[in-house]
Design a protein around this ligand. Sequence first.
Ligand code: UGA
Length: 470
Amino acid sequence: MRIAVVGSGYVGLVAGACFADLGHEVSLVDNDQEKLAALQAGQVPIHEILLPELLARHRGKRLTFSDDLHAAVKESAAVFIAVGTPPTEHGEADLSYVESVARGIATAINGYKVVVEKSTVPVYTSEWIRRILLRNAAAPDLFDVASNPEFMREGTAVVDFFYPDRILLGANSERCAAMLREIYAPMTDGSYYRRSEAIPGPEGAQDPPRLIMTSTQSAELTKHACNAFLAMKISYINAVASVCDAVGADVQQVREGMGSDRRIGPNFLNAGIGYGGSCFPKDLKAFRAVARERGYEFRLLDEVMRINEEQREHFLKKVRNALWTLRGKRLAVLGLAFKGGTDDIRESPAIALVEMLVQEGCQISAYDPAAMERARQALKSGVEFAGNPYEAARGADALLILTDWEEFAKLDWKRMRNQLKDPIVIDGRNLYDPAAVAESGFTYYSMGRPVASPEEAAVEATPARKIGNS
Ligand code: UGA
C-alpha cells in the first residue's frame, strides 16, 4: 500500500521506516528542510537502535522523504499524522500542527483515503480532524479518520513496533477498519516474521501480535489511559520507596514481592528520580486537561505528577545527607538522557537535577553515552562534559547516577575508587547491588534502600555474622 507519514519525529520516522519494512511504499513528509536534507543524505537524526539499518535498507527505494504534503496525500491510500502535539502553558495538547496538516490533506483528497492519527492526541481529536477536512471541502464519502496509537518506547522503538503487546486500531467504519487491517496484515498473519530479513524479536514476543479493534474515540483514550497508568505505577513505587527510606525497608525487595503478583507485574515498578521524556509528562497533563474540559476532575493524576516532581527534591536531600553542604562541591554525574538507550533529554529528570545542583553552587562534571551533544545546548554554566565515566569522576566529591544506561551497570569500581576524591556513590536509578558497591569501598546511597557502607560490608562478610544470619 502507498502510505504517507506526516512528521518525521521519533514516532513518524520509526513508523515510516517500519511500514517500509513491512513492504509498503512510504512517503515521509516534513516541512523542516534541514531535517529532510539530512535524511536524504543518509543521516539518522536520532539515537535509536536498528533505525539506521532500516533507513539504509529502504531509503530512496520504498521510503522517500519530501516536503510536498499535497503530492504525498494524492498518491497515498492512507495518511498517518505523526506531527508534534506539545503542551500549551495550561497543559492541554497544542493541536495546531495537527490542524494545519488536516487542512493540507483536505485540499489533496482525490479518492478514498484513511487519515490516521498516530501522534498521541486527546479523545475527540479525530472528530475535529473530520470537521476540518469537511470545512476545507473534502467530500464526506472520500475519507475516514482513524486512530492507531503507537506504544513504542524510545530506545527500543523498532523492536517495539514489530513485536507489540497489541496493535490497536480505532475505526468508525468497516471500510476504514479493513484498510487499517491490511496495513498490518504482514504482522497479524505472521508472514513478516517468516522473512529472512525480518527484525528479530525479543524473547517471549507474541508472534503474531494481538489485534484489537475499537472505535476511534476508544483508541484515542486508550493511549492516554495507558501512559497515565504507567506513570502512576512509577509514582506509586516512588512513593513506596520514600516510605522504605523512612522505615529502613528495601524497595527492591518490596518490588519483588509486589511484582510477582501477576495482577500487578514487575514492569514499571523501578523506583528512581521520576519519569521524564517527551510522553509521560505531556500526556498526563493533556489527559488531565481533556477530562476537566469534559467535566471530570481526574485528581489522581495531580498526585501522580506531584510525587514525580517531589522525587527530585528527595534525591537532592540524599545528596545533602551524603555531603552536608553543597556549595563548591564537585560532583560527577553519569547520565543526562531521560532514560537509558536514548539521546533524548526532553523533560529529563537528570537535566533538571543538574540544573538544581548548579543552582546550589555545585560544579558538575557529566558524562552520557549519547545525550551530551543535546545536553551541551541545554546546560549553560557550571557543567563540564567528560569523555567517559572515569574522566567525569576525577577529583569529584561524589558520583551521582542519574540515567539507567546499561554501560553504567558495569562500572569498574576499583578504577572509579582511584578517580573520586571521596568514595561516595548516590544512585538515583538503583542500578547496583548495595552490598557489592560497599564491598568495593564506597558509601552507597540509593532510592528506597538502606545506605550501604564499607564498614557494614566488612561486618557482613565476617563468618560469625554470616552464620548468625543464616
Ligand atoms: C512511553 C511509553 O512507555 C510508550 O509505550 C509510549 O509509546 C511512549 O511513552 C509514547 O507515548 O510515545 P518512553 O517515553 O519512550 O515511552 O519511555 P519509558 O520507557 O516509558 O520511560 C518513561 C520514563 O519513566 C523514563 O524517564 C524512565 O526512566 C521512567 N521509568 C520507567 C521509571 O522511572 N521507572 C520505571 O520502572 C520505568
